[in-house]
Design a protein around this ligand. Structure first.
Ligand code: AMP
Ligand code: ZN
Length: 210
């Protein structure tokens, strides 16, 4: 069972079967929080007719945005070949918004280098594409699961998702394999060195930005 989530802190969220199956959670359930952002101008970084961009509330890097469709699509299990152009648009908007945010922040190097993708098993309902700078300097990046969710194959590259959708008409996720990836050892995404603890890995990451 998923625990409740307070408004100011992020507790470990186990993806519920509701989310994995593409069903909708109850309106006030923590996993429905992203839906509220679609209608809340105060948290929006960008919005157009098709999608909305917000800052991740618990950013795992200096710049961490979420791009969501305005249409109510629960997750990748709910997308089909009619959504290809929407996912392409979300990727284009994600790239353009990342560039603008990085330029405004005068970001350089890994702070201005981004990856775009989806978690294989999301915790939050409403489809969302992560836009994340590759510094991973953040107090909210705390656990091995956080790290591996952004640096292993658990992070599904947005371009690959679009290619798979075009080729097959659907996205299938091997949930057993994906869950195992979250327990991978801690490997630096830049130099492949291994670390025994998150504090050691985070200390090491500082070396890559100097
Ligand atoms: P995931 O469902 O694993 O792809 O990731 C969900 C993301 O949503 C995480 O990066 C959280 O930090 C983020 N998040 C959780 N609650 C909120 C919220 N209320 N507003 C914005 N981002 C959130
Ligand atoms: Zn390294």
């Amino acid at each position: 069972m998923a625990s409740s989530l307070s408004s100011t802190s992020e507790k470990r969220k186990t993806p519920s079967s509701d989310n994995v199956n593409g069903n909708q959670p109850k309106k006030n359930h923590w996993s429905a929080a992203l839906s509220a952002a679609i209608d809340d101008e105060s948290v929006q970084v960008y919005k157009d007719d098709l999608c909305t961009v917000i800052n991740d509330k618990f950013p795992k890097a200096c710049i961490h945005l979420l791009v969501m469709p305005n249409e109510n699509i629960a997750n990748l299990k709910s997308v089909n070949n009619t959504h290809v152009s929407l996912l392409k648009h979300m990727l284009k908007v994600g790239k353009e918004t990342a560039e603008k945010v990085a330029a405004k922040a005068n970001a350089r190097g890994s702070f201005a280098h981004f990856r775009y993708g989806y978690h294989a098993i999301p915790s939050m309902a409403l489809l969302h594409m992560h836009v994340i700078s590759q510094d991973f300097i953040s107090d909210s990046l705390k656990t091995k699961k956080h790290w591996n969710s952004f640096t292993s194959d658990y992070f599904l590259d947005a371009s690959q998702v679009i290619d798979d959708l075009q080729a097959n008409g659907f996205i299938r996720v091997d949930t057993v394999r994906m869950r195992k990836l979250l327990d991978n050892e801690l490997t630096c995404h830049r130099c492949s060195n291994n670390f025994t603890t998150m504090p050691k890995l985070k200390q090491h990451l500082l070396m890559h930005i100097s």
